[in-house]
Design a protein around this ligand. Structure first.
Ligand code: XLS
Ligand code: NI
Ligand code: NI
Length: 456
């Protein structure tokens, strides 16, 4: 049974290594929708085939290292709250290695096939770049060993170029050329380790790439530098034979007032301007979409329709708050909408990456399981619902019907670029008035989705 946190705190990690980091928890299994066991899956049945593939293949669930193994529960008003018996709280390499073993026990017990990290999540920053690189190498050796032992794979790696004070003005958009060089070195190393660990993607989230004030910002110069930086990363990946997908993660604000990669449209415009569209796709995050004033489905569709949907950071925000609360998503409407778009465009080599954290009040290790289980189930249920909607053409048939006037001769001519304003004017002068409109049937379609949600 679940232990009380006070008991867990008493566990000495030296003893715990002989035992386990999560001694009270065994592997989480699928028990079906009627199960009352909170430590079981009710909808995520990894080997069940839905829409031609197993759920495991569709969903590619990923645990993030930063929130799940480095999140402390600290906020601007209070100190850390998390109880993590395997972590001695130090910045030593030894502690980092212990933590890595605890993390893999978690991935294994949760049956998560992937994980993702920043360089500085997994290994402590040293007092020089060389020392940081050596620390990263030492922990990467343990990660590799654990990957081999468990079969858990690396979805993506990235470099944290925002926490250290050197990055106060940004990394690839900094006004300080040596900080830019330092960031380049950090990405070079993170690419090498991601490659070494068989990472399937490499992500750039803008960190502090943006501005607080335009009076002190040369926007054009900063964006040119960012474009150069990405080209150098692409060249280096080629040089070392890293074939993973590069991803940019849009976010409109936080920590800067304006982040350059503000939304999918801004990112794609940037990639096109700097000749990078062949090398990058997007990693779309729900909470970032809503901060940008978009629905997640909008951002996914916008990226997908341009062949640029790479991966998702699966979380949710609080619509009453204006910042990135990174909560675990459990809303079936949201997961259904996400899965409708993912079924349309596909997700691999991306994944459903839980860039989400437990609330600071949910401080016990078991809460990490509850959080992931709930969201894995919500995505699995969303997949089932979306697959049923898709199989019945329940949304696509009315959608096609709505545009059917474009399937006639006139529509085809316009779409083929074969028409002028004058020709269209001639047609309408002759007809005198356009054909009558038909209802958009929005309310009916919302009811259709509800019907599929009811059936599960
Ligand atoms: C921050 C981002 C971050 C990225 C990885 O808001 O979501 O967690 O996913 O750098
Ligand atoms: Ni993210
Ligand atoms: Ni985020």
């Amino acid at each position: 049974m679940v232990r009380k946190s006070s008991e867990l705190q008493l566990l000495d990690w030296c003893q715990a290594t002989l035992m386990t980091a999560f001694p009270e928890i065994s592997k989480i299994c699928y028990e079906g929708p009627d199960s009352d066991n909170p430590l079981s899956f009710r909808w995520y049945n990894p080997d069940e085939v839905v829409a031609g593939k197993t759920m495991k293949e569709h969903l590619r669930f990923t645990v993030v290292y930063w929130h799940t193994f480095r999140g402390t529960g600290a906020d601007p008003f209070g100190s850390p709250t998390m109880v993590r018996p395997w972590d001695d709280g130090s910045e030593s390499v030894e502690n980092a290695c212990n933590r890595a073993r605890a993390a893999f026990e978690f991935f294994e017990k949760l049956d998560a096939p992937y994980y993702a990290f920043h360089d500085r999540d997994v290994a402590p920053e040293g007092s020089s770049l060389a020392e940081s690189n050596a620390n990263f190498d030492a922990v990467a050796a343990v990660l590799k060993e654990e990957q081999q032992r468990t079969g858990v794979k690396l979805l993506w790696g990235t470099a944290n170029m925002f926490s250290n004070p050197r990055y106060m003005h940004g990394a690839a958009t900094t006004c300080n050329v040596e900080v830019y060089a330092y960031a380049a070195a950090q990405v070079k190393k993170a690419l090498e380790i991601t490659h070494e660990l068989g990472g399937e993607n490499y992500v750039f989230w803008g960190g502090r790439e943006g501005y607080q004030c335009l009076y002190n910002t040369d926007m054009k110069r900063e964006l040119d530098h960012l474009g150069r930086f990405f080209h150098m990363a692409v060249d280096y990946a080629k040089e070392i034979g890293f074939g993973g997908q590069f991803l940019i993660e849009p976010k409109p604000k936080e920590p800067t007032k304006h982040q350059y990669d503000s939304d999918a449209a801004a990112c794609l415009n940037f990639l096109r301007t700097y000749g990078l569209t062949d090398h990058f796709k997007l990693n779309i995050e729900t909470n970032h979409a809503t901060l940008a004033g978009h629905e997640m489905m909008h951002e996914l569709e916008y990226a997908g329709m341009q062949g640029a949907l790479g991966s998702i950071d699966a979380n949710t925000g609080d619509l009453l708050l204006g910042w990135d609360t990174d909560q675990f998503a459990t809303d079936y409407y949201l997961t259904t909408q996400i899965m409708l778009v993912l079924l349309k465009y596909g997700l691999a080599p991306g994944g459903v990456n839980f860039d989400a954290k437990v609330r600071r009040e949910s401080f016990e290790p078991v809460d990490l399981f509850h959080a992931h289980i709930g969201s894995m189930d919500a995505f699995a249920k969303g997949l089932r619902i979306a697959a049923a909607i898709q199989a019945d053409d329940a949304l696509s048939a009315p959608l096609a019907a709505r545009y059917s006037s474009w399937d006639g001769e006139l529509g085809k001519k316009i779409e083929a670029g074969d028409c002028s304003l004058a020709e269209l004017e001639a047609i309408m002068l002759e007809k005198g008035e356009a054909a009558a409109n038909e209802s958009g049937r929005q309310e009916m379609l919302l009811n259709v989705v509800n019907r599929y949600i009811d059936r599960g």
